[in-house]
Design a binder for this molecule. Sequence first.
Ligand code: HT7
Ligand code: ZN
Length: 876
Amino acid sequence: PKTIRLSEYTVPAHLVDTVDLRFELFDDGARIHSTLSVRRNPESADAAAPVTLDGDSLKLERVALNGEDLAAENYEETGEQLVIASVPDRFELTVVTWIEPQNNTRLEGLYKSSGMFCTQCEAEGFRCITYFPDRPDVMARYRTRIEADKASCPVLLSNGNAVERGDLENGRHFVTWEDPFPKPSYLFGLVAGDLVEQRDTFTTGSGRDIDLRIYVEPRNAEKCDHALASLKRAMRWDEENYGREYDLDIFMIVAVDDFNMGAMENKGLNIFNSSCVLASQDTATDLAFERIESIVAHEYFHNWSGNRVTCRDWFQLSLKEGFTVFRDSTFSADMGSPTVKRIEDATLLRTAQFAEDAGPMAHPVRPAAYMEISNFYTLTIYEKGAEVVRMIHTLLGPELFRKGSDLYFERHDGQAVTTDDFVKAMEDASGRDLSQFRLWYEQAGTPELMVSDSHDPEQGIYRLTIEQRIPDTPGQTDKKPQHIPFALGLLGPDGEALPLMQDGSADAEGAPVEQVLELTEARHTFEFHGLPSKPVPSLLRHFSAPVRVIYPWSRDQLVFLMSHDPDGFNRWDAGQRLAVDVIQSLVGAAEGAEIEPRLVEAYRALLGDSTLDQALVAKMLQLPSEAYLIELADSPDVAAIHHAREQVLQHLATSLREELIACYHRNSEAGKYELTPESIARRSLRNTALSWLLVINDETGRDLAVQQFRDADNMTDRMGALRALVNSDYAAERSAALEEFYKHFQDDPQVVEQWFSVQASSDRAGQLPQINALLEHSAFDWKNPNKIRSVVGVFAGQNLAAFHNPDGSGYAFLADQVCRLDDSNPQIAARLVTPLTRWKKFAPAYGSLMRESLERIRDKSGLSADLYEVVHKSLG
Ligand code: HT7
Ligand code: ZN
């Protein structure tokens, strides 16, 4: 495969003003008639360039220029392009193609899922439908006529507004859709199938009524309420917080079972993975409800950040994704607990994005080169990209940030632009110089901040020194210091927030108790005056930048911060650091080594603290995950880490048994199920308590779990009990619960996915023979990405002790599945292989086996471009 470079970007030689599409959909294939009005781009340096259209796996039936058929010698069709050398400055080009959606297992372009036709065009799927200049800076107005059998496809949808419909011969019918907004081809969407609709209305701030519709298979009709309510909240929020009103008269969401990612923001016609939109009390956990709200909002927010203002090229992907994740994350924070949301975002970043940044596929938020763009839908583009936008927000403050976003939308409405245009709008609106800040887009790698401090009691001065270092990443060394907002607080001996006075003559009265220090140099020393005793620093509050902080915290300081820091995020972080320290000290230690009593006491205090936000308590009770502990370690020995973490968990559960039982009962509310933050926190606490009790095979815990499993009136509790049993040594109860659960929910694919996951993630129920049995299960489907993720992805990503079995069997298993999948769905294969690509990080005994498995994948014949890029970069 070829490498595509940002430095080689040139404007398109031809532009397309309008696209007229006619889809003839049949059981054995689809014929697409496309007519484009094309003109030479006056900005192109190549005034004689041939017209070049992209295509992939198309059968070309006809090419016509201004209505005249072109003979084969007048155009060239390579496997990937249609080139017409001689064209006038303006012309109409007609192309007819034949494709086979029913055989499209890659799920790119037009394909069939559960009998329904649907599309996925981002990033380069439109070229699997028809020949087209398939790049985001070619924006056109689309008119789409869909023709299909009326009985099997009563519903025919595309972007924009339906302008015409009618019956045809042979039991067929058609609907024509017109989208008034110019858009890139990646935002094209089409759905045809037997679907039912749930309707609602939203009245915009300016008084327009928007018709809202969610289309689902009839059996899912009752599972749309949450998504509809979330959509309306998101629409209102975007008006209130960004001044963005919806622009079409209709907004549609469709649920599709077979989907490579979470959802897609096609203009006016968002297409969703069923698992990211369908929910009911009985079938979805609280986590799923939360996820649905945030994804619905995310796709909706793209209508402005992505659709009205789109990306010039795919190097700019974070322009829309980073900004939109920032927007959806702020939205979720506003809908629930901002601290808890921040903890969730930081956990994902520190566990998975930092690992990506330290691995072979590390790339900047704005990459400089790629082979296969679908490999770049990464945590770096999305999550780190969102953190970069968040830092701009922190540096500018909310008012100037809003001014910047208003300017950005106004200046670039209808355009395809770059991340630099975004930063420029922020600069112009605020008057701030963000030139050094731009390095966040250009340099890969997670900055490390080495923090040290000293105190001069005589002068009452506390000095804080911060040095930054950005590690080398593939193709990038000797990096420049970045502009980092570093939020700081200082605590006095009784936990009081101390005034921050950087100037000796300042007045403590008006001094702030929290400050954002701006780091721009490789090393800074800050002085704080008026401090007779050494304060405890609260560093990088709210996780104000996506960096690693290295500071020699004592356990006393961490225990102190855990109970006194006014910043909820740093309270949680102190608890995590303390637990990490305790677990790390046990890795490789002799059996029976003492486990820090202050950790037990801190958790005891948490379990009994009803004054704190219970959602935060629930988060604080979660021990750092194995994945995070591995990420933090050099040459991790996975089995030793797993063992040490288990020891701590068992010790905590044994020491706190009474408190856990009390916590369980205190949070077992009588009364009905509610989806309020308080109820969600109670369920979380109750289920954490249950899981801890079962870790020590406690009989009371077992009885509570069995009873909860039987009596639960919602999926969170049912799944909480099932998970606790599955992770216990009570084999008979585990099998009985698994069997009963499956029997009850076997007809619901989204619940069956959860059933697969709970087993695949368990070190008890998810050993390799059981994983292989799941792959043989009648509900498993190799064509369905959700099923693949719920078994293979969860095993390799969450069941780390089993995946990293020292005999290498977990690695060989993953390699087998990746090779198998590469022929049918290369995008999914390239994502699934990720855990193996980190082989250099692990202790040599693990790393060499991981490498062997990667080499076996490399040597597979007919390797896809997707997998080629990932495997070669990680071996290279
Ligand atoms: N913008 C969407 C990206 C997406 C995608 C990318 C590659 C292959 C399949 C895909 N499905 C959706 C989703 C989003 O970020 O909103
Ligand atoms: Zn997105």
